[in-house]
Design a protein around this ligand. Structure first.
Ligand SMILES: NC(=O)c1ccc[n+]([C@@H]2O[C@H](COP(=O)([O-])OP(=O)(O)OC[C@H]3O[C@@H](n4cnc5c(N)ncnc54)[C@H](O)[C@@H]3O)[C@@H](O)[C@H]2O)c1
Length: 310
């Protein structure tokens, strides 16, 4: 198949491109290199089945020939990056989404949208299942991303109902692994970089907030399974349901890196969710999918990556 991956030079996108090439597909990666990097796809450029295009999805995208599947991942994903230029983040999720849906329509391609657990906001139910409508602040500092991704889901459904586009929506929960950017402020990369540099590990609040961490290879397999699931258009959660407090994660990373860094506490950022854990019963039922990589194993691979990078 010929497969387009927007945001293909990013953290998840580059692993997805690699996985799709490994399955024998032709892959076109479209990226504007805002948070992604050419380094992430350098090793793929010699593959004749791989092509990289420098393009911002806020502008219409015209491609020749057929496209069978589109994975739309193009959007900055970490709070630091998506808040740098909030208007561009909203545009990527809305104007960009319309452009990519237009392409899917023109090519009669199946399209998967990388949505997020942030559509649940600071959730009032726990764990979060797909029927929960969420608790999102529509005018807070994170709303450019949270509400942008909610509109993107609405656009996917509207194009599906009105134009019969073959859509898939995945709500991705915290994912980590090699090729995360070291300056993106996400909790796993933050702690690992701080621990390796011998700097204090900064925990927000008391560190009692919980997150569930999914290793990137598990997520990529899940994305592929959703894309290849026939006839299901409603959102599906993908993530790891093992829940950790942030303080426990900090201690685990200190131990695995053998770091002597101290742990310090900063005030909680506005609208930071207190609890986050996916209910993945739908994915289990429909895809027979669940994460396989334990936290310690995933962290070890990620620590190795950051050691090399630093
Ligand atoms: N990593 C996670 O934990 C997580 C969780 C939920 C959802 N997601 C979603 O998954 C997708 C990938 O996330 P990631 O963690 O790999 O982030 P990332 O920032 O590493 O990747 C995003 C990629 O999109 C590119 N991009 C951004 N805006 C673009 C635009 N307008 N046009 C073209 N390219 C653009 C960036 O340069 C980057 O390569 C994002 O859509 C994100 O919202 C990720």
């Amino acid at each position: 198949m010929k497969i387009l991956v927007t945001g293909g030079a990013g953290f998840i996108g580059s692993h997805l491109c690699e996985y799709l090439l490994g399955k024998g597909h032709e892959v076109i990666c479209v990226d504007n290199y805002f948070t992604g990097s050419k380094k992430n796809i350098q090793h793929l450029l010699s593959n004749s089945n791989f092509k990289a295009i420098d393009h911002d999805i806020i502008n219409p995208l015209f491609l020749e020939g057929k496209i069978d599947h589109i994975y739309n991942l193009a959007c900055p994903a970490s709070p630091i990056h998506y808040q740098v230029n909030k208007i561009r983040t909203i545009k990527a999720c809305t104007v960009g989404m319309v452009n990519i849906l237009g392409l899917a329509k023109a090519k009669k391609a199946r399209i998967l949208q990388a949505s997020t657990s942030e559509v649940y906001g600071d959730p009032k139910i726990h764990p979060q299942h797909e029927l929960y409508w969420g608790h999102v602040n529509c005018n807070g500092p994170r709303s450019c991303y949270d509400e942008g991704k909610r509109v993107a889901e609405s656009l996917m459904m509207a194009y599906h109902w009105q134009n019969n586009i073959d859509t898939r929506i995945v709500r991705i929960f915290n994912t980590y692994g090699p090729r995360m950017a070291k300056n993106d402020g996400r909790v796993v990369s933050n702690f690992i970089v701080q621990a390796l540099k011998g700097e204090p590990l900064t925990v927000y609040g008391k560190g009692k907030q919980t997150r569930s961490f999914c290793y990137v290879s598990d997520l990529v397999e899940g994305l592929y399974n959703v894309m290849n699931l026939e006839g299901f258009h409603d959102p599906i959660n993908l993530g790891n349901p093992s829940e950790f407090t942030v303080i426990k994660l900090a201690k685990r990373i200190k131990k695995l890196t053998k770091s002597k860094s101290e742990i310090i506490f900063h005030p909680l950022p506005q609208d930071d969710p207190v609890k986050r854990k996916p209910d993945i019963s739908l994915a289990k039922k429909l895809l027979c999918w669940e994460p396989k990589i334990e936290l310690d194993e995933g962290l070890s691979h990620t620590i190795k990556h950051f050691k090399e990078m630093l």
